[in-house]
Design a protein around this ligand. Structure first.
Ligand code: ADP
Ligand code: MG
Length: 706
């Protein structure tokens, strides 16, 4: 357990990164590849062959036997097909290890099993994967040994994106192009590229594997479908926590190491609010790499848990009544020469470029709040958003006292002349320095908060890919930048024109700024008065992808075609329907085969005991037993009624075909309602029935006794 290792040596050990490339490639080839990475130019076949060969040699040296094109289909996980490096046997029966440039650059996975939302049906059955050379190849240990993984985009024969990486890369190009126009207008002649930077903080639960495996709901759906809150809540004996710390600590250490090997900059690990809940934050990086790394992080979290007798749960709401898990998507815009466009400096009121960027983002978020909300929609998140410990489904922006003050000066007088300066925090201990207080205070209840030099989008679900939120952020901001650049490039007086634009954006989109308690009921009412959308469920959010506004936006910036958007709409409904259907069927199964039989056994024992006491002693008071038996029997009968109801609506739902929106809506309205109705008596029974009879571990067992 106390294994020591050198972090700098371990870091990136399994990555074909820049240093490795420089070492393994002939200088000319290396330069050519760098140019491709930096400018996006096509790689010529000769260079590709040399790169492939070097990559293979390096991978084989590290023990790899296979390679795979690693991609992100329209599910939330990654996919790959493994190929061995071997060539066809020669005449002498021997094989060679082989990996060509062609195989590096393009692959053809058997794509028929991935969701395409109708795209492949209308265009071409095949799917292709293409190397994204801006994300380095890496070696991963899996069930069949070590594999060289090549991060790839996944497209149809005619170029329709069948994945999340392709539109993300396109959105990065869009914001690069428009942000550079803005920078040039502000007199910047040196920056060559603008890239969105992303740092996703990942929350997760850890539970004991043996206990997890005793719960079919966790196995089939990733969350509990039944479960009463432990009566004693959080005040558990401290020695439990002692044990948790050691096991979880060993897990975190191991996880860090595995991630570092993969070049993932795991930086901060800590315990979260709920018992058994934890968080990992990496050091931020360029959006595309950050998305890949977050996928790797989620995979590695699960893999490493197994080694420690644990299960890592990434579901947004694994336990009702306990805090859920999210992913804070920290986002900023950075130039290749290190300028962060979201850095306000000490006196933001004088920083015109910053104020422009800030108000442009206000406009983007206000105009496309529905899209941003949709980008965080996943089945599990419906149970988390608005459930007291997560932002509501309403998008708003938190700016902090200083910036709000600057904006209100701008709006009221047309001029901002001062910035509230940060105070000092007196620690009261002489040997400690006074801590400088952040000028931007914290508001944990905001879904989209400015935190110093970045925005933190906190709505994203813990199991979801961060690709979609970043695609939306990049595109909507690129769009306002474009609109502004079109105006400003024609302006005769730039200073005046930009000033007018800032004032216009700030005044027209003030309604999106909110600094109060986002969890409160009052905010829901206030947001409605302001006309802000409140898309409560995933089913409500999905249509945002196919509005005229959305199609025009994404087509203008060549991020999605209309057909690609329509396919995503289909896939989202499908995902919703499938997930709820599985949950409903799992509930039916668990209720019928586990809970009801257990309750019958318990009531039989109770009845037997009542009878024997009555026979043994006439005078004994058996009112408690009788009352319990009456109560349990009544709940059992409620359960049976609710079970039949759930069976009925699930059968109806499953047969509704043809209109996926209608079907998804029925699942949300009728099936989830029937699920709640079945859960209710079952959870009450759990509190009454002798624990020895209950068929699976309780919430208490799961989250307090890791
Ligand atoms: P907090 O605790 O305030 O949420 P941290 O400083 O711990 O913030 O950062 C949280 C995440 O935000 C980390 O992943 C970090 O790397 C990332 N981050 C920090 N600065 C930026 C930035 N300029 N752009 C994008 N992400 C950032
Ligand atoms: Mg944070």
């Amino acid at each position: 357990m106390s294994e020591t290792f050198n972090v700098t040596e371990v870091f990136g050990q399994n990555v074909f990164n820049d240093a490795v490339m420089a070492e393994h490639l002939p200088k000319k080839v290396y330069q050519q590849l760098r140019k491709t990475i930096e400018t996006g130019e096509e790689l010529d076949p000769m260079t590709a062959d040399v790169v492939a060969n070097a990559m293979m040699d390096w991978a084989i040296e590290k023990g790899a036997t296979h390679y795979s094109h690693w991609f992100q289909p329209l599910t939330n996980i990654t996919a790959e097909k493994q190929d061995a490096f071997i060539s066809a046997p020669k005449a002498n029966g021997k094989v060679m290890m082989e990996f060509s440039g062609k195989e590096l650059i393009k692959g053809e996975p058997d794509a028929s099993s991935f969701p395409s939302g109708g795209l492949r049906a209308t265009f071409e059955a095949r799917g292709y994967t293409a190397w994204d050379c801006t994300s380095p190849a890496f070696i991963r240990e899996g069930a069949i040994g070590k594999t060289l993984c090549i991060p790839t985009a996944f497209c149809s024969y005619t170029g329709e994106a069948l994945d999340k990486k392709t539109p993300l890369l396109r959105s990065m190009q869009a914001i690069d192009k428009q942000a550079l126009r803005i920078l040039r207008l502000f007199g910047n002649t040196t920056s060559k590229r603008v890239t969105p930077s992303v740092g996703p903080e990942q929350e997760y639960f850890l539970v004991d594997k043996e206990k997890f495996l005793k719960r079919k709901d966790l196995i089939f759906t990733g969350r509990t479908l039944f479960g009463a809150m432990p009566p004693k809540g959080q005040e558990l004996e401290t020695h439990y926590f002692g044990i948790i710390r050691e096991r979880v600590g060993a897990y975190m250490k191991d996880l860090d190491k595995e991630l570092w090997k993969l070049g993932v900059t795991a930086k901060t690990q800590h315990n979260e609010v709920a018992p058994a809940q934890h968080e990992l934050a990496p050091i931020y990086g360029q959006a595309n790499l950050a998305v890949d790394h977050n996928q790797l992080t989620m995979e590695t979290m699960k893999k490493v848990a197994s080694r420690h007798g644990l299960k890592c749960i990434l579901h947004e709401k694994p336990f009702a009544g306990v805090n859920g898990s999210g992913k804070h998507n920290n986002w900023s815009i950075t130039t290749d020469d290190g300028i962060n466009l979201l850095e306000p400096g000490k006196t933001p009121h004088e920083n015109i470029q910053f104020l422009f960027v800030l108000t442009a983002i206000m406009k983007a978020v206000d105009l496309h709040a529905d899209l941003l909300r949709e980008s965080a929609a996943c089945v599990g998140n419906d149970l988390r958003l608005g459930a007291d410990e997560a932002p509501p489904a309403i998008i708003s922006i938190f700016l902090g006292e200083q910036l709000e003050d600057v904006l209100s000066q701008l709006i009221s007088t047309g001029e901002a002349t001062s910035s509230i300066q940060k105070g000092k925090l007196d620690t009261g201990v002489r040997s400690l320095p006074d801590l400088a207080k952040d000028a931007t205070d914290r508001n944990r209840t905001s879904p989209f908060a400015f935190t110093g030099n970045k925005f933190e989008f906190r709505m994203v679900g813990s199991s979801d890919s961060v690709a979609s939120p970043n695609i939306v952020l990049n595109t909507i901001v690129a769009d306002v930048f474009k609109e502004a650049a079109d105006i400003l490039e024609k302006a005769t007086d730039f200073e005046e024109a930009v000033h007018d634009l800032i004032k216009k954006y700030a005044s027209e989109h003030q309604r999106i700024v909110f600094s109060g308690n986002g969890y409160s009921k009052e905010w829901e009412a206030e947001a409605e008065r302001r006309g802000l959308p409140n898309l409560r469920s995933m089913v409500d959010a999905i249509p945002a992808l196919k509005t005229e506004k959305a199609v025009a936006l994404f087509e203008k910036h060549k991020v999605f075609t209309k057909a690609e958007l329509e396919s995503r709409v289909e896939i989202q409904y499908e995902a919703y329907v499938k997930a709820i259907n599985i949950e409903a069927r799992a509930m039916i199964d668990i209720a019928a085969k586990q809970i009801i039989p257990a309750v019958i056994r318990f009531s039989t024992e109770l009845a037997n005991s009542i009878n024997s006491i009555r026979t043994a002693c006439d005078a004994a008071d058996i009112s408690v037993q009788v009352e319990l038996l009456t109560e349990v029997s009544a709940l059992l009968s409620d359960m049976k009624v609710a079970l039949s109801k759930l069976q009925d609506v699930t059968a109806i739902a499953a047969e509704m075909e043809g209109d996926s929106q209608k079907q998804a809506t029925y699942y949300r309205d009728e099936v989830t309602k029937a699920m709640a109705e079945l859960r209710n008596p079952a959870d009450q029974l759990e509190m009454l029935v002798d624990k020895a009879f209950w068929p699976f571990p309780s919430y208490g067992d799961l989250i307090f006794e890791v």
